[in-house]
Design a protein around this ligand. Structure first.
Ligand code: PGA
Length: 257
């Protein structure tokens, strides 16, 4: 709950990563859209977003149209257009039907050498295109072992967020790198500690920071979602592996308190 007593509507986002062909992607998105259309609001207490690979965006935009399922992309370029072979701009994603875009995922930071400055520029590009940026951050296993988790998260938050970030145009996803795709999950106390710090940072640096959605990501499954989503200042989840089965993703969405 925020100080004004309004609960933040949780966000459950599925990061499909580099998975999906037209046939299975259409079936998965179609099944989620069907369930979401049928669900009463008491049953679906969250906003539901799918982030498929870019070639599927326009196909799936039609599939989820007129349903509560929203579309997101997994990355964008920091320029609106130009000579950038292979890249995709935020205005193109908006044009394809996206409302969200993930920026700064640890796989982008690692595989493509993206630092906080690049992530911030991408979030700015997303905002300029009218998209909500889901900004990812989180410590490595070595950083946690060295007791640096809060310092790393603090630094990434300050450096990765545009000055104009608000609760309306930005979502934070705390994803410990060592928890992504490993089946390892921090304890509830460890997640609570980081999210409490993120809330304090949000209040100081983000417009309407009390309402900024703070997601947890990293090995969220149907079996642990309810416990994670009950933790203070956890306002949803960014889900990788478990979002590729409609039943599992739906079960996670249904776990929102
Ligand atoms: P995972 O991935 O749920 O498979 O751990 C999460 C993510 O990378 O966003």
């Amino acid at each position: 709950m925020t100080p004004d007593g309004n609960a933040i509507r949780p966000l459950i986002a599925g990061n499909w990563k580099m998975h999906g062909r037209r046939a299975d992607a259409t079936a998965l998105a179609g099944e989620l859209a069907r369930r979401a259309r049928r669900a009463a609001s008491a049953e679906l207490r969250c906003e539901l977003v799918i982030c498929p690979p870019a070639p599927l965006l326009t196909v799936l935009a039609d599939i989820v149209a007129d349903s509560p399922v929203r579309l997101g992309a997994q990355d964008c370029h920091l320029s609106a257009s130009g000579a950038h072979t292979g890249d995709i701009s935020a205005p193109m994603l908006a044009d394809a039907g996206c409302r969200y875009v993930i920026v700064g995922h640890s796989e982008r930071r690692t595989d493509h050498g993206e630092g906080d400055d690049t992530v911030r520029a991408k979030a700015e590009a997303a905002h300029a295109a009218g998209l909500v940026a889901i900004v990812c951050l989180g410590e490595t296993e070595a950083q946690r072992a060295a007791g640096e988790t809060l310092a790393v998260v603090d630094r990434q938050f300050r450096a990765s967020l545009p000055a104009a970030a608000t609760a309306a145009n930005t979502v934070i996803a705390y994803e410990p790198v060592w928890a992504i795709g490993t089946g390892k999950v921090p304890t509830a106390a460890e997640i609570a500690e980081v999210h409490a710090q993120l809330r304090t940072l949000a209040r100081g640096r983000v417009g309407d920071g009390d309402r900024l959605r703070l997601l947890y990501g990293g090995s969220v499954k149907p079996g642990n979602a309810a416990e994670i989503l009950r933790i203070a200042n956890v306002n949803g989840a960014l889900v990788g592996g478990a979002c590729l089965q409609a039943g599992d993703f739906w079960a996670i969405a249904r776990s929102c308190p």
